[in-house]
Every structure is written in structure tokens, then in C-alpha cells.
Unconditional design. Structure first.
Length: 340
């Protein structure tokens, strides 16, 4: 009975969360001291009453705010997320176009964070006070301190402009076309299409922005992992395991790491959501056609349907990631399942 009750409670919370997000986003966008007419048609055209009236009627802005919100919810229930004022396309179509690029970038960035942050954090704790510990802590300090926009500009200048080791902005090089595929992820679709040229070119374009995006998460993950491992190493059950004659590898692998992964697991769930929603600067610097740039242009134009759609996607990503983390918690620690 645990799993059905657990999942049902989380899904009910997810529904309430999404409803609250739509209401809060709607209130904030309508409270901003910016006229969407001026933002979209320009200062000169907005002085023409005929143009203003036509624009407001076209996008439903002539109705009272409560009526606009109720109409939005009724359309949302039917699967209609509205039409973007900027692109004049359904918001779902825009999100389907831009979201895969951000997911691909964020997933690679999270993979790099795991590849470097988790092992270095563990080794730093096991080698406390030694050279490796000081080196790892220095890397962590740099990762969490250096601004992403500055690091992105420097990385482009050094590795693209000066050394020519990696390609410049964009997802693909000039002359290459994205393969037609079902996912929208260039790496996956190029493999499915057997196009190795596009695969390696897309991967090379991913490395620089993904590394820049992963810098902060890597530094933070190293710190949290190091602190968690050090805390577990001081527990009595670890000393008991050592006194029984167990090898250090078994003590660390079976007892320490399993009990120290709670905080890093939570951080990874939150970090992935942050990567998906906070890649605006990285995508702008590297001309990455993802949801971050789409959100930036929607905010500039006060494109309310697009802003609402982006907020929903971000809220759903955080909620689903938190659900996955909660499930993994119950797998790692049976006491949570028994207490629930």
C-alpha cells in the first residue's frame, strides 16, 4: 500500500503546484508596469487607437483579468497552451522546438558534474588534509565563485578564438543540417540516422557550453559530497565495521557511500531543474537555440502565453525531479518507506 499512496499524494501535490504556478505567473505578468501593446507593436503604432484595439482584441487583452485567467485554464485543460504573441505559433509547438536543445545541454552538463564532482568530492574526503583534498577544494571554490557569463566569454575566447580546439556558438557547424528524428536531440537523432558526421560535430559544439554550465554544479556537488562523506566517516557504525576487520574498500563502498549519498542526491535533483531553467546566459552567449533564449525573448516582449508555458514546463520539471529524488530516497533508505 505504500507505493500507490505515496505516488497519489505526490501527484496531487503536483496538480496543486501547477495551479499555483499558473496563478502566480499570471498575476506577476499582469502587475508589471509594461504595456504588451508597446512591447510588441512599437511606440509609434501604439499611439494609434485602432491598432491598439485590434491588438488587445486579437490576444484577449480587452477582457477583465479574471476572465482571461479562467479562459486560459479552460484551454489548458483541453491541451491548448495558447498562442505565442511573438512567434504567432502555438506555445506547445515552440516548446517542442526549443526544449530538446536545453534538455540535451543540461543533461550533458549534469553528466559532466557527476563525472568530476562526485569522485573528487569522495576522494577529497578520504584524503582529508592532503594535496588532493586541497586541490579539489580549490576547484570547488573556483566553480562556485566564477560567474557563468564571464566564464563563457573567456572559454569562447581561449578555446575557440585563440586555440581553435573547439567550435564556436550554435548547435551545428555551417553546412550541416539537423537530422530528421523523433526526439529533437541532435546526438540521439544523428545516431538513429547513422550520421556520424553530425553526431561528432554536435558533440563538439556541446562540450564548451556544457562545461561552462556545469562549472557551478560541479563545485557545489564536490562540497556537498565531501561534507557528507566526512560526516559518515565519523559515525560509530563505520568504526565498528573497521574493528571487525573489513577492508577499507568495503567499508567505504558498502557503508560510507550508501549513507552519504542523501545530500548529493537532493542536490542533483535541484541542480538539474536549475540547469533546465537557468541556462539563459549560457544559451545567449553560445547562441544556443534553447528554452532559455526563448524565455528571454518572451520576457522582453511580455509574451504572456509563452511566459505561462515556460513557467509550467519549469514547474513540472522541478516537481517531477523531486518525485524521482523522493522515490530514490525510499530505495536507498528503507526507514523512510517504513515511516511513511
Amino acid at each position: 500500500m505504500f507505493w500507490p499512496t505515496f505516488l497519489l499524494a505526490r501527484l496531487l501535490r503536483l496538480g496543486l503546484l501547477l495551479l499555483g504556478i499558473t496563478l502566480l505567473t499570471f498575476i506577476i505578468t499582469h502587475a508589471l508596469p509594461v504595456d504588451p501593446v508597446v512591447a510588441n507593436v512599437g511606440q509609434r503604432a501604439s499611439s494609434n487607437p485602432t491598432i491598439v484595439a485590434a491588438f488587445r482584441k486579437r490576444w484577449g487583452l480587452d477582457r477583465p483579468p479574471y476572465e482571461q485567467y479562467v479562459r486560459y485554464l479552460s484551454n489548458l485543460v483541453r491541451g491548448d497552451w495558447g498562442q505565442s504573441i511573438t512567434t504567432h505559433r502555438p506555445v506547445l509547438t515552440d516548446l517542442a522546438q526549443y526544449l530538446p536543445a536545453t534538455i540535451e545541454l543540461s543533461t550533458v552538463a549534469l553528466g559532466l558534474s557527476l563525472l568530476f564532482g562526485l569522485p573528487l568530492g569522495i576522494l577529497s574526503a578520504l584524503k582529508q588534509g592532503r594535496f588532493l583534498d586541497h586541490f579539489a577544494r580549490l576547484i570547488s571554490q573556483v566553480g562556485v565563485s566564477v560567474p557563468v557569463f564571464w566564464l563563457g566569454v573567456v572559454a569562447l575566447y581561449v578555446f575557440y578564438f585563440r586555440l581553435r580546439w573547439l567550435p564556436g556558438p550554435g548547435r551545428l557547424g555551417v553546412g550541416l543540417a539537423a537530422p530528421a528524428g523523433p526526439t529533437g536531440f541532435l546526438l540521439v537523432d544523428s545516431v538513429l540516422a547513422g550520421n556520424h558526421v553530425v553526431f561528432w560535430d554536435a558533440l563538439s559544439h556541446l562540450l564548451l557550453p556544457a562545461t561552462v554550465l556545469a562549472s557551478y554544479v560541479t563545485g557545489l556537488l564536490m562540497r556537498v559530497t565531501r561534507a557528507g562523506v566526512l560526516d559518515v566517516l565519523q559515525q560509530n557504525f563505520v568504526q565498528t565495521a573497521r574493528s571487525k576487520g573489513l577492508t577499507e574498500r568495503r567499508v567505504v563502498g558498502h557503508h560510507v557511500l550508501k549513507n552519504a549519498m542523501g545530500a548529493p542526491l537532493t542536490l542533483l535533483g535541484l541542480a538539474y531543474g536549475q540547469l533546465l531553467s537557468g541556462a539563459v546566459l549560457t544559451e545567449t552567449i553560445f547562441a544556443w537555440p534553447g528554452i532559455g533564449r526563448y524565455a528571454f525573448h518572451a520576457a522582453v516582449k511580455l509574451d504572456v502565453p509563452a511566459i505561462m508555458g515556460i513557467a509550467l514546463v519549469i514547474a513540472m520539471s522541478y516537481a517531477l525531479l523531486n518525485l524521482i529524488v523522493d522515490v530514490l530516497y525510499t530505495v536507498l533508505d528503507p526507514r523512510i518507506r517504513l515511516s511513511g
